[in-house]
Design a protein around this ligand. Structure first.
Ligand code: 2HA
Ligand code: ZN
Length: 271
């Protein structure tokens, strides 16, 4: 068996959490990531018959039975993942009953997966139906995105439209737009279900006055989606209180989307 700390999926979790922390998106224990792994890639590093312990997930994930995920731990700080991956991360497999997680590695101080596991697993199920290659779900508290929640209407058409206007490439990077949920209690199955419902149509979902969820095929793609929203939100926060002299017009956004051949939410433009 190879050393799990050298596995690309462990390294990628370390690098991504460190980047998110350095960007100021994930204070204290804020944020969480889950990534779907192939049995074949994990079996190079772990004996898949060796279940360390089982942990109830609190909900049923029938579509994910047997699937393996690497997931950040509850109460753990993104700041610390790189220093001690085995304590701050875990690799779990959804057991045959669909409601139990089998711990294969990690959470070494007796801990468990993020409290947002329902939102993650439900989002994985929703995204896999739309895109069988989806592997990553990421939650974060990016500063400007969050700030924008307090001064901008939480309407997904208006919110998306404003973001699209803030950087030329936004409509190309997230042509499917941004879904928006009102403030809801986090850590519950209810917010998980609401997020997953939005994930049927969006790869990005804002949790009102809390943060954002992103989903994608790879860590880079998912990080890049959130990063682009955060950049647009930053431009908005830098300019919202100033007179707007110039803007990207809806006809220009249409031109961009057509030139780059992306399938965009036409109903989010006013043409
Ligand atoms: O994991 O961000 O939403 C901590 C959180 C909960
Ligand atoms: Zn959060």
């Amino acid at each position: 068996m190879k050393d799990i700390l050298t596995a690309p999926f462990v390294k990628e979790m370390c690098e991504t959490t460190a980047n998110m922390y350095r960007l100021g998106w994930d204070e204290r224990n804020g944020g969480n990531i889950s990534c779907l792994l192939d049995e074949s890639e994990v079996s190079e590093y772990l004996d898949l018959n060796n279940v360390i312990r089982t942990i109830p997930t609190g909900f049923e994930a029938k579509d994910l039975i047997g699937k393996i995920f690497i997931v950040t731990g509850t109460g753990k700080y993104f700041k610390n993942v790189e220093k001690d991956p085995e304590n701050n991360l875990g690799i779990i497999r959804i057991a045959k009953d669909g409601t139990t997680a089998e711990l294969l590695w990690g959470y070494s101080d007796g801990g468990k997966f993020t409290s947002e596991l329902p939102a993650h697993l439900m989002s994985h199920m929703a995204r896999l139906k739309v895109d069988p290659e989806n592997r990553v779900v990421m939650h974060s508290h990016p500063t400007n995105t969050l700030a924008m929640n307090y001064v901008h209407e939480l309407d997904e058409k208006k919110f998306t439209h404003t973001l699209w206007e803030m950087c030329t490439e936004c409509i190309v990077v997230f042509p499917d737009g941004v879904g928006v949920l009102p403030w809801m209690l986090c850590g519950t199955n209810e917010i998980g279900e609401a997020t997953a419902k939005k994930m049927e149509n969006f790869r990005l979902v804002v949790w009102g006055m809390h943060g954002i969820y992103g989903a994608g095929k790879t860590m880079d793609e998912t990080f890049g989606l959130i990063e682009t929203v955060e950049k647009a939100a930053q431009i908005y926060m830098l300019t919202a209180h100033l007179p707007r002299v110039n803007t990207i017009k809806d006809s220009e956004m249409k031109e961009l989307a057509e030139f780059f051949k992306v399938k965009y939410r036409k109903d989010f433009l006013n043409l």
